[in-house]
Design a protein around this ligand. Structure first.
Ligand code: DAH
Length: 345
């Protein structure tokens, strides 16, 4: 035996031993592939040794060549056997024992829409103040929507440009305020109600308008209700809904069905009053229209205006949800896009 041939045969034995051990030890398809590349790959160890056969003395060259081929076959067979074993093992694990260490698949769960959540929270706070949650019809007559509320039919709000008319005096309600009149017509004071529901106006969809939108109406009527009770109820609500550190202010305003009327602003929840794009740099965000019920409304529905007083308010929970979550475009509330909605679930 010549020197080069002998050393090559020795190295082939060694390579066969290492290669078979590595293949049998491979616990995954990836590990097996790595072993294949190391020993049988184009630049692997066997290819390297085979490349040296040319320099073996001619008389022993065939023997070394045969041995190299035998090692190659042995490694290839071991590789195939191990691949089959791994595949069988994986299949067994799938329909056999469960892998208890795998994290479970989270089932898809729905959630309450952010506007619905605002509505529920508002109604819950007023429930603690003795208010009952009621509903009224979305298809309404001009009498309940306008006339009973002291809004003359030639008021711009009653215009066909702003209101969806279904018939000469049947409309889609433009606010939830007509439910005030419906409740008072059928109930004697004391009355305390909150009325969530949809209202409709002839606006196109844009970042801050929708032709159908949620409102919440509130109404309290009793003997002896004064502006102080009105203001403390609203302040209590603001503190609970927006947080104790949120201030509120009443700004004089006008609504035909309240006198005096006020718009209620709260400290901007984003900048806390210093001024930012959300509050248009005023530090305040308007959350509702309100006021003491105008005696003309009591007269229209048949309450004695000398005996009863009360307050009313109306707010837009869609807008409040936008402020609360920093939602830049009202249309997102209507798209039903699950990728947007699941953030609030
Ligand atoms: N109905 C009014 C609107 O849609 C909101 C409103 C203002 C309701 C004052 C009230 C109120 O009850 O007192 O703009």
């Amino acid at each position: 035996m010549t020197a080069v041939g002998a050393s090559l045969l020795e190295r082939l034995d060694e390579l066969e031993g290492k290669g078979l051990a590595a293949i049998e030890a491979a616990g995954t398809g990836d590990a097996l592939e790595a072993a294949r590349v190391t020993y049988l790959g184009r630049n692997g160890e066997l290819a390297d040794l085979m490349g040296r056969i040319g320099s073996v003395e001619p008389d022993v060259r065939p023997r070394v060549g045969q041995r190299a081929n035998a090692v190659k076959t042995a490694l290839q067979e071991a590789l195939e056997t191990r691949a089959r074993e791994l595949a069988a093992g994986a299949a067994e694990q799938v329909d056999g024992e469960a892998d208890l260490t795998l994290p479970g698949r989270r089932p898809w769960v729905g959630g309450v829409h952010p506007v619905t959540r605002v509505i529920d929270e508002i109604c819950d706070i007023f429930r603690d103040l003795g208010f009952t949650r009621v509903q009224g019809p979305e298809i309404e007559t001009t009498w309940y929507n306008f006339t009973a509320l002291n809004i003359p039919l030639d008021h711009p709000a009653a215009d066909t440009m702003d209101t969806f008319y279904l018939d000469e005096d049947v409309i889609l309600r433009t606010h939830t305020s007509p439910v005030q009149a419906r409740v008072m017509e059928t109930h004697e004071p004391p009355v305390r109600v909150v009325v969530p529901g949809l209202a409709y106006r002839r606006d196109s969809f844009d970042p801050s308008h929708a032709p159908a939108f949620e409102q919440i109406e509130g109404l309290a009527v009793d003997e002896g209700i004064d502006f102080i009770e009105f203001r403390s109820a609203i302040e209590h609500f603001v503190g609970r809904f927006f947080g104790r550190d949120t201030g509120s202010r009443f700004r004089p305003s006008f609504y035909p069905f309240t006198e005096p009327s006020a718009e209620v602003d709260v400290t901007c929840t984003v900048c806390r009053g210093s001024g930012c794009p959300t509050c248009k740099r005023t530090g305040w965000i308007t959350i509702m229209g309100s006021g003491m019920v105008d005696p003309a409304v009591f007269e229209a529905i048949g309450y004695d205006p000398e005996r009863y007083t009360g307050y009313a308010f109306g707010m837009g929970p869609g807008r409040i949800a936008m402020v609360r979550h920093g939602i830049p475009d009202m249309r997102m509330l209507y798209d039903g896009d699950v990728r947007f909605l699941e953030q609030f679930a």
